[in-house]
Design a protein around this ligand. Structure first.
Ligand code: NOJ
Ligand code: CA
Length: 571
């Protein structure tokens, strides 16, 4: 990187947090400026939306597709380019849609295929693409394929799933446990054999070694691409294959949340066959439709493992999410830096993709121990500044932009998520991060018009909602809006990235460079104040402040309180 010019700080710069005027002044680019290009997704902001919880148009307590369509203007205004919508296919809802009973339809509680078509068309007009969730590892046990498969041992669909005899003593074929508790095998009384399920028993694993499964699933993927969907987020993609010899996994010393011995799942996750199959999916389905993408639910520990999902020739998943950042506790600069650098410099040149919230994880403001004197909103802002100024595609989760917090169940009898029922109180499930979107201060936060929502609205909805935050220049929502607008308009934020002050274990700092512009981001993840000189930050003369919180620029440099952040243009 070009050596930054160290300039004397002129007078103390007038620092402003984002004001509505600044937002209004942010260049208004057509929302879909990049859509003509096949690599539109590199400059995109993607928004994960849980349809059950977003907006309930028919007031039955459950969000639906019409509800999503009614709020597209909000998403366009936020600066979203694409929605990834979690499953809305017909489903018994044992895992709230991740148990699909028909890939080519919409569950009546979410609407109809016509509603999906309408959403795709309305999104097109507003520059918002629709990406669906492809539950690729398993179906529902109510899917007609499984209903046939379990009927008898010679059924043509028998080999769509993984059936094995138990051991001589009647116990399951091997020691694999389900990640959702208990053995990964259930004995089916009809044929006396066991079937394999990495998740709930209601989610039998597909047998991807059967070419007919591949054909049926590729056809399903294509069904929605033909309707104008822009691609898929691949659910649990690392679990598609398991060793055919069913070797026992090695056990570790601990116990899982459900009381079984913990195991190292080396023989039923991340097998090399996954990558061969992903290449085939890209080639035979996705790449036949220009601009279509795959996003990976890729919970891997290292960037080396993540790199595999791009494919050796960048021929697998365009956006494997680097989800291991979510697991860092405490969240510190020295934990983040090497991971981010490794992903940014991955050997195949894959485009980075980051997400810090989703429907399976505690929301950021409720996830970490907060330093004294800070709030969940400060944590929301510093992680937003990270996500929106890194080089890579950010994926936001609905309500993240409001600083929404977890609203966890207090009593087991209130829990909806089965893992919370099974694992209580060690594992309370995922209800807390799935509560209704908070639109306004009216009944049920404007999620619907009064019917009891499937999960209770967060207690802070009267003040933490879209309408209230839109009016407040210091709100988390306006922080996100202005940074997203900046990403769209500032070429530095589409350019290169270079860490500075790399030895600092408390403060993460980096410079983005592009189109003759430079932007410096400084993030104090620690519980202590930090003072940094401009020389320490690579030099350069600070100019316009793009975003700040709990930070000051002065002649000596940058002062940051705990969780303080500064994003500033360098001249
Ligand atoms: C990952 C999804 O995000 C999660 O919600 C689901 O329970 C499992 N995959 C199983 O499909
Ligand atoms: Ca509804």
């Amino acid at each position: 990187m070009r050596k930054l010019v160290t300039g004397a700080m002129a007078t103390a710069l007038a620092l402003v947090t984002t004001t509505p005027a600044a937002i209004a002044a942010a260049p208004t680019m057509p929302v879909n400026a990049a859509s003509a290009k096949d690599d539109w997704w590199k400059s995109a902001v993607i928004y994960e939306l849980y349809p059950r919880s977003f907006a309930d148009s028919n007031n039955d307590g459950i969000g639906d597709l019409k509800g999503v369509s009614q709020h597209l203007d909000y998403l366009a205004d936020l600066g979203v380019d694409a929605i990834w919508m979690t499953p809305m296919f017909p489903s018994p809802q044992a895992d709230f849609g991740y148990d699909v009973a028909d890939y080519d339809d919409v569950d009546p509680q979410f609407g109809t295929v016509a509603d999906a078509d309408q959403l795709i068309a309305a999104g097109k007009q507003k520059g918002i693409k629709l990406i669906l969730d492809f539950v690729i590892n398993h179906t529902s046990d109510k899917h007609p394929w499984f209903v046939q498969s379990r009927a008898n041992r010679t059924n043509p669909y028998r080999d769509f799933y993984i059936w094995r005899d138990g051991k001589a003593d009647g116990t399951p074929p091997n020691n694999w446990s389900s990640i959702f508790g208990g053995p990964a095998w259930d004995k089916d009384p009809v044929t006396g054999q066991y079937y394999y399920h990495f998740f709930y028993p209601q989610q039998p694993d597909l047998n991807w070694r059967n070419p007919k499964v591949e054909k049926a699933m590729f056809d399903a993927a294509e069904w929605w691409l033909k309707r104008g969907v822009y691609g898929y987020r691949l659910d649990a993609v690392g679990t598609m294959f398991e060793r055919e010899d069913l070797k026992d996994n090695p056990l570790t010393s601990g116990k899982d949340a459900f009381g079984l011995a913990e195991q190292n799942r080396i023989y039923n996750t991340e097998l090399p066959e996954v990558h061969i199959e992903l290449q085939r999916l890209r080639q035979q389905v996705i790449d036949r439709y220009p601009g279509r993408i795959l996003i990976g639910e890729t919970y891997v520990g290292t960037s080396a493992e993540l790199t595999k999902f791009y494919g050796a020739r960048n021929d697998e998943v365009q956006l494997p999410m680097f989800l291991s950042l979510i697991g860092i506790r405490p969240l510190t600069a020295d934990q983040l830096r090497p991971r981010i650098e490794a992903v940014e410099n991955n050997p195949v040149g894959g485009w980075p993709c980051f997400a810090l919230n989703n429907h399976d994880q505690r929301r950021v403001p409720s996830r970490y121990v907060l330093p004294a004197g800070t709030t969940g909103d400060d944590m929301a802002r510093i992680t937003a500044a990270l996500l929106l100024t890194l080089r890579g595609t950010p994926i936001l989760y609905y309500g993240e932009e409001l600083g929404m917090q977890n609203n966890d169940p207090k009593r087991v009898e209130d829990v909806q998520d089965i893992i919370g029922k099974k694992g209580w109180p060690n594992e309370k499930g995922r209800d807390g991060e799935r509560t209704p979107m908070q639109w306004d201060a009216s009944v049920n936060a404007g999620f619907n018009s009064g019917a009891k929502p499937w999960l209770p609205v967060g207690p802070d909805y009267a003040t933490r909602n879209v309408t209230a935050e839109r009016k407040d220049s210091n709100s988390v929502l306006n922080f996100y809006r202005s940074l997203i607008a900046e990403r769209r308009s500032n070429p530095a934020l589409a350019g290169d990235m270079m860490m500075v002050d790399r030895g600092n274990s408390n403060v993460l700092s980096y410079v983005r460079t592009g189109g003759g512009k430079r932007v410096l981001t400084v993030l104090n993840f620690s519980g202590n104040p930090a003072d940094l000189t401009l020389a320490q930050l690579g030099g350069g003369k600070p100019g316009r402040v793009i975003a700040k919180n709990r930070a000051d620029l002065n002649a000596a440099g940058v002062h940051l309180a705990p969780l303080g952040l500064l994003v500033v243009e360098l001249s």
